[in-house]
Design a protein around this ligand. Sequence first.
Ligand code: ATP
Length: 200
Amino acid sequence: MCKTLAIFGGTFSPPHLGHVRAAEHFSDAVQPSRLLIVPAAIPPHKELKDGVTPEDRLEMCRLAFGHLPNVEISTVETEREGKSYTADTLSLLSQEGVRLAFLCGTDMMLTLDRWYDPARIFSLADLYCIRREDDRETEQLMQKQNDLYERLFGKRVILLDAPVYEVSSTQIRESLLTGESTRHLPPAVAEYIRKRGLYT
Ligand code: ATP
């Protein structure tokens, strides 16, 4: 059987329990020989506004995802100059005899056709989606998008059967800014943020 390299990319500022649950379900579904968590490059001035460096996001990812089997936190995008396109990252990671599986949430799944070079993304990887909301309207939108992807790229996104965990990094950053507590962070990440005084 061919090996699977599973890839979960995101800004992860900060990584939260929705991300962690998503990565766990993805890993269970695809049983990867390696699971890469890929924090995206963010323009330095944006990161510094929150007092967060790329090294902080990498470290928070190590704390959040470190328990997953065969996991590796990748610097492939944070170390590359400028904006990293998923199509280029997948090209870089593709290897003879290894299947690539790429995970995204509903918001990303619905816009894949507007990403840079979507045909290359669909040809290089099997795409998986984890739902971020649980309503009929979004479900219908996803089916419609999948019909479009099948027409354009000959492939559908595989929808994972997993419970919805509704939270976003934006909500968490807002809570941290106003000093509210949040139960949606892995405890080690919450502790790291507190010690480093991030997002304040
Ligand atoms: P922000 O609020 O800053 O936009 P975010 O919470 O959407 O951040 P990202 O780092 O942008 O988090 O997301 C990385 C990936 O994880 C994306 O594919 C996104 O759709 C997915 N994702 C984010 N939150 C969840 C969640 N609660 N459940 C499932 N997938 C999620």
